[in-house]
Design a protein around this ligand. Structure first.
Ligand SMILES: [Zn+2]
Length: 116
């Protein structure tokens, strides 16, 4: 299943290959402010269709994750990182940036990121 995703203005656009049926609602210092619903995929499941250089990047805490966001509209469609157990590149997609996904149909798991 392919899902088109983007920031609000379209400067960041991508296609995600995978099922979107569940997401995480995290209460860490960043997620609680951003309001994202996140779902994790292998990095190669996301194909960026706009230039990498058009994205801005934010990191905090251990700087393990690259939180990508649009410098024009401010929306943060996904974050990139590495699975500490396997070393595999992963991406956490903000499923709110996938317009064809019915957010009310998702199974939402609350994650206590504030305690990590
Ligand atoms: Zn934008």
């Amino acid at each position: 299943m392919k899902h088109a995703g983007s920031c609000h203005c379209g400067r960041i656009a991508f296609e995600l290959e995978g099922e979107v049926d569940k997401a995480m609602d995290c209460n860490c210092s960043m997620c609680r402010r951003r309001g994202a619903l996140l779902a994790f995929y292998p990095r190669e499941a996301l194909r960026l269709s706009t230039p990498e250089a058009d994205m801005a990047t934010y990191t905090f805490n251990k700087h393990a994750l690259q939180h990508r966001f649009c410098p024009a509209c401010g929306i943060a469609p996904f974050s990139e990182g590495v699975d500490p157990r396997t070393g595999a590149k992963t991406v956490a997609v903000n499923v709110r940036c996938l317009p064809d996904v019915d957010l009310d149909a998702l199974s939402i798991t609350k994650v206590d990121g504030a305690s990590f």
